[in-house]
Design a protein around this ligand. Structure first.
Ligand code: PFF
Length: 519
C-alpha cells in the first residue's frame, strides 16, 4: 500500500516555508552586490519589471503545478510534467532539471551558509575585531576559506568544522519532515530574522553622515543610490540579464523547489494569495532590509564609487568584508556583527533545506521508500558532492556550479514549465486551476502575461545569452589556464549527476509500468 504523503500543518506554515526558501543569502549578499555593481538605481527598473513579468507569474505557476502534481502523488518535476502531458514520453526527462538544479545549488550554498555560522561566532568572540582595513578583512576571509595561510588561519580546518555542523543541522531538520521539521524551523527562523533585520536597519538608518571629510556620504544619499532611477542603463543587456537572474534566484522560482513545497498542499488550498504573500515577504526582506542595511552602510562609509568597486571585486565582499568593518566602528559591534551573520545563517538554512527537498521527495514518491531512508541517502551523496566546492573554491568551482545551477538551468526550466502550463495544459484550464480554492482573483491581465509575455521575456533572455554570453563561458575564455582542468572536471561531474538522475527517472517509470501490468 502506498504511504501517506506528508503535508503542511497550517497555511501560515507553507507561506513561511516558501518565504524561508526565498529569503536567503541571495537577499542579503547577492542582491546588494548585484545592485551596487550595476549602478544602484540603474538596476532597480529591470529588477521590478522582471518581478512583475517573470517572478510573480512563475510563483503562481509553480504553486499551481505543484499542488496539481501532489494530487497525483508526484512532488517533483518529472512526475508533475508527466501528469500534465501524458502523451509525451520525453517530457519527464526535462523534469530532471527540477531535481538536479536544486541539488547543484545545495552543494555550494550549504558551504557558504556555514561561513555565516562561523562568522556569527567570530563576531561574538571578537575574532576579527582588531581588523580595520579592507585588505585585512579580506585576508581574514581568504585565510578562513583555506585560500591562504596567514596570521588568522592556518588551513581550512575551522571552515570544515563549521561545514560539518551546518550540514548535520540541515539533514537533521529535513529528517523530521515537512510539518515536523521544515515548517517549524521556518516559522521560528523567519521571526528571529526579521527582528535582527529591523535592529540592523534601525542602526544603519540612524548613522547620519559618519565621514566628516565627505558629508555627502550620508544615509539619505545612500538610499538615493538605490532608489533614484537611472534610465540610461535600460539599454544594457547585461543589466537586464542580471536583474532577471536575481529575481529567479531570490524568489527560488524556475528550479523546482516551489513545485515540491506546493505538492504538499491539499487540492482546495489557496495558492494565489499565499504565493503573493510569500513573494511580498521576500521582496521586503530583499529591497527594504537587504537594500537599506548593506547598501546604505557601505555607502556612508565608502562612498558611491568605492561601493561599486567593492561589489564588483567579488560577490562576498560587501557581506563578509565591508559589513564587519562597518559594524566594527560602532558600539556593541560584536553583538551587531552577530545579528548580521546569524541573520544570514537563518536566511541560509531555511533556503538550503528547501533545496534538499526535491531530491528527497523524488526518492520518496517515485521509489516508494521511507523519508528516513531517503534523507539518509541524500545526506551521504550530497555530502560527498559538496567536497569539491569546499576544497577547490579558489579554482572557480563554486562560480561554475552557480552558473549552471543558479543561473543557466533556472531560465531553461522556467521556460519549459511556463510553456507546459500556458500552452500544453492550456491557459483556460490553467486559469481555473490557479483559482481553485483561491482567496482572491489574479488580475485578468495576468492571463495575457502568463500566456504571452512571460514566455516571450524568457525567450529574449535566452536569445541574449546565446548571442552575448555563451561562447566565452562554454569555451572558458575568462578562466585562467590553471583553473580550466577544474572547471572541466566540474562540468563532467555535473553531467554525470544529471545522467544518473535521468536513469533513475527511467527506472522509476519502468517499475511503475511493471506494477500497472501486474494489477
Ligand atoms: N532564494 C534563495 C536566496 O535568495 O538565497 C536561494 C534559492 C533557494 C534559490 C532555493 C533557488 C532555490 F530553489
Amino acid at each position: 500500500m502506498a504511504k501517506v504523503r506528508d503535508s503542511w500543518g497550517t497555511r501560515l506554515g507553507i507561506i513561511m516555508a516558501v518565504a524561508g526558501s526565498a529569503i536567503g543569502l541571495g537577499n542579503f549578499l547577492r542582491f546588494p552586490a548585484k545592485a551596487a555593481s550595476n549602478g544602484g538605481g540603474a538596476f532597480m527598473i529591470p529588477y521590478f519589471v522582471s518581478l512583475f513579468l517573470l517572478g510573480i507569474p512563475l510563483m503562481w505557476i509553480e504553486w499551481t503545478l505543484g499542488r496539481y502534481g501532489g494530487g497525483f502523488e508526484h512532488g517533483t518535476a518529472p512526475g508533475i510534467f508527466h501528469s500534465l502531458w501524458r502523451k509525451n514520453r520525453f517530457i519527464k526527462y526535462f523534469g530532471v532539471i527540477g531535481i538536479f538544479g536544486p541539488l547543484v545549488i545545495f552543494i555550494y550554498y550549504t558551504y557558504i551558509e556555514c561561513w555565516t555560522l562561523a562568522y556569527s561566532f567570530f563576531a561574538l568572540f571578537g575574532k576579527y575585531h582588531s581588523i580595520t582595513s579592507q585588505t585585512g578583512m579580506q585576508s581574514f576571509l581568504r585565510g578562513f576559506q583555506g585560500l591562504e595561510h596567514n596570521a588568522y588561519f592556518q588551513g581550512i580546518g575551522i571552515a570544515y568544522l563549521f561545514f560539518v555542523i551546518t550540514f548535520i543541522v540541515n539533514i537533521w531538520v529535513i529528517y523530521f519532515g515537512i510539518r515536523g521539521g521544515i515548517e517549524k524551523l521556518c516559522k521560528w527562523a523567519l521571526g528571529i530574522l526579521f527582528v535582527f533585520g529591523f535592529l540592523l536597519m534601525a542602526r544603519v538608518l540612524t548613522l547620519g553622515a559618519p565621514n566628516a571629510l565627505n558629508p555627502g556620504w550620508n544615509v539619505t544619499n545612500g538610499m538615493g543610490f538605490l532608489w533614484n532611477p537611472d534610465f540610461s542603463a535600460l539599454k544594457s543587456a547585461k543589466v537586464w540579464l542580471e536583474a532577471a537572474g536575481q529575481i529567479f534566484f531570490t524568489l527560488s522560482v524556475g528550479i523546482g523547489v516551489i513545485l515540491t513545497y506546493a505538492s504538499y498542499l491539499k487540492k482546495g488550498n489557496d495558492v494565489v494569495l499565499s504565493g503573493l504573500t510569500a513573494s511580498a515577504m521576500n521582496e521586503f526582506a530583499e529591497v527594504i532590509i537587504g537594500g537599506s542595511v548593506v547598501i546604505t552602510a557601505a555607502f556612508v562609509f565608502f562612498g558611491p564609487t568605492q561601493i561599486g568597486d567593492i561589489a564588483r571585486s567579488g560577490v562576498f565582499n560587501l557581506g563578509f568584508v565591508t559589513m564587519p568593518l562597518v559594524l566594527n566602528q560602532m558600539p556593541l559591534s560584536g553583538l551587531l556583527g552577530f545579528f548580521w551573520f546569524f541573520l544570514l545563517f537563518l536566511a541560509g538554512i531555511t533556503s538550503s533545506i528547501s533545496l534538499a527537498q526535491p531530491a528527497i521527495a523524488f526518492l520518496e514518491d517515485e521509489f516508494d521508500i521511507s523519508r528516513k531512508k531517503a534523507v539518509t541517502l541524500f545526506g551521504i551523496v550530497s555530502f560527498l558532492l559538496c567536497q569539491p566546492a569546499i576544497f577547490f573554491l579558489g579554482r572557480g568551482v563554486v562560480d561554475e556550479l552557480d552558473f549552471w545551477g543558479g543561473t543557466f538551468f533556472l531560465v531553461i526550466f522556467a521556460t519549459i514549465e511556463t510553456i507546459l502550463f500556458a500552452w500544453v495544459f492550456g491557459m483556460e484550464k490553467a486559469w481555473d486551476e490557479i483559482h481553485r480554492g483561491a482567496d482572491m482573483r489574479v488580475p485578468k491581465i495576468y492571463k495575457f502575461i502568463i500566456k504571452y509575455i512571460t514566455p516571450l521575456f524568457l525567450f529574449i533572455i535566452l536569445g541574449m545569452w546565446f548571442t552575448q554570453e555563451w561562447l566565452p563561458i562554454i569555451f572558458m575564455r575568462n578562466v585562467p589556464a590553471a583553473n580550466q582542468p577544474f572547471i572541466l572536471a566540474t562540468r563532467i561531474g555535473l553531467l554525470a549527476v544529471f545522467l544518473t538522475l535521468a536513469v533513475l527517472v527511467k527506472i522509476a517509470w519502468e517499475n511503475k509500468g511493471r506494477q500497472v501490468q501486474k494489477v
